[in-house]
Design a protein around this ligand. Structure first.
Ligand code: GLC
Length: 418
């Protein structure tokens, strides 16, 4: 039995997804203007009135979705998920159920439509992030995550707010998103917090969202679509965020699931001008390798600026990843957790009879790979297909490496098993 036979079956079509392994997350909205976190309305408890200036001045004049799509593709990404609406409630798409949308701003265009067309024409699959939370909708009741959570008159403000109307709104918008833009591959809901209580206010979860109906609607419109687990109803996808799992993720019965880690370049999802904790290309590449070595996907986030472009730091990271992927992506696409156990400075991924050893600490001349004696037919560096020799030592093999580390952020050995 191979590793993949034991994975929990999914309602949607995840075959392409677990092959492709690497996608681009895009967090873009009005919060790109304050440029100090996508939760800024919540963090600074900004009123609708004050936040409105971002709506009035939103004008991403340099937005060219084809440029984004080309950059994603060059980085080796195979799919992309865009925030059609984030918690602030602003819609990048032309929804008939709200005025709070890109078509009513200075830019006056359906930004989602352009995204879908551009990414599809580069051959990437497309997904929509859709926020269940909405800090702008007049029917969304104030709770512990709402910008108005510390006001004195919450009860008064909540009078007349009707979550049933909000549920209807979401159902209508999901219908629009899955009807007006052709076949959509992923629907990425965000998120539930029904277990939380703040000043006596209960958090929201699947019943508040009408999650069952939302999912049924999506499945009817797009039968194969991949849906994540953040409505509080398990579907296709488990979504660890901002941490790296160290082994394959399992459900509560211990069965392996399809999972996707989502990660940022720096500490924020939306464009954050002054945030400085940017991960190095090496950290990012290792993140991708580590993820695939545990049977998962990586969704790596870019937060475009309010001009509509990726900033230099994001471009640099994508270029470095793309350089590595160009020569080493065979160890990512179609690969999964290996049946072999790697030594501490090595990470394995495997695609059938081909094993990929990623060297994290490049040693002097000799690299020991455990348990491979008698199992290897041929091996080479992946980036230049140059032959490598090995000898057997008990159960293990010792690979003879050149003294000088190849000019690869992470060198990979491609091992053809017998
Ligand atoms: C979160 C945050 C958020 C981000 C998301 C991505 O839960 O609310 O801003 O969109 O995770 O996974």
């Amino acid at each position: 039995m191979s590793v993949t036979d034991t994975i929990r079956k999914t309602p949607g079509d995840t075959a392409w997804f677990t092959h492709d392994r690497f996608g681009m997350f895009i967090h873009w909205g009005l919060y790109a203007l304050p440029a100090r976190h996508e939760w800024i309305k919540n963090i600074e408890r900004i009123t609708d009135e004050d936040y409105d200036k971002y709506f009035r001045y939103f004008n991403p004049d340099l937005y060219d979705a084809r440029e984004w799509a080309k950059k994603a593709k060059a980085a080796g990404m195979k799919y992309a998920v865009l925030t059609s609406k984030h918690h602030e409630g602003f819609c990048l798409f032309d929804s008939q159920y709200t005025d709070y949308k890109a078509t009513n701003t200075k830019i006056g265009r359906d930004l989602v439509k352009e995204f879908v067309e551009a990414f599809r024409s580069e051959g990437l699959k497309v997904g929509f992030y859709y926020s269940l939370i909405d800090w702008h909708h007049p029917d969304f009741t104030i709770d512990g995550k709402h910008p108005r959570r510390d006001d004195d008159n919450i009860e008064e403000q909540n009078k007349g707010r009707d979550m049933a109307c909000y549920r209807e709104y979401m159902k209508n918008q999901v219908t629009e998103l899955l009807t007006n833009y052709g076949k959509i591959d992923i629907l990425w809901f965000d998120f539930s917090y029904s277990g939380e209580v703040y000043k006596g206010m209960k958090g929201k979860g699947k019943d508040d969202w009408g999650a069952e109906e939302l999912i049924a609607t999506a499945r009817k419109l797009c039968p194969g679509i991949i849906i994540n687990n953040r409505t509080e109803i398990e579907q296709d996808l488990w979504t660890p965020e901002q941490y790296q799992p160290e082994s394959w993720i399992t459900d509560d019965k211990g069965q392996r699931v399809v999972w996707e880690a989502c990660q940022t370049f720096s500490g924020s999802w939306g464009y954050h001008r002054d945030e400085a904790t940017w991960k190095s290309p090496e950290q990012l590449i290792r993140m991708l390798i580590n993820t695939v070595s545990c049977g998962g996907n990586l969704l790596l986030n870019v937060g475009p600026t309010a001009r509509g472009i990726f900033d230099d730091r994001a471009d640099y990271a994508l270029e470095q990843i793309g350089k590595w992927m160009r020569l080493n992506s065979k160890s990512i696409y179609g690969c999964t957790q290996s049946e072999f156990e790697a030594s501490p400075d090595v990470r394995y991924t495997q695609n059938g009879k081909v094993l990929y050893a990623h060297i994290y600490a490049y040693p002097f001349v000799a690299l020991r790979l455990k348990g491979l004696a008698g199992k290897v037919d041929y091996m080479q560096f992946l980036h230049d297909a140059s032959e490598l020799f090995w000898s057997e030592k008990g159960e293990d093999i010792i690979v003879k490496l050149p003294v000088v580390k190849p000019n690869q952020i992470v060198p990979v050995i491609e091992i053809f098993l017998k």
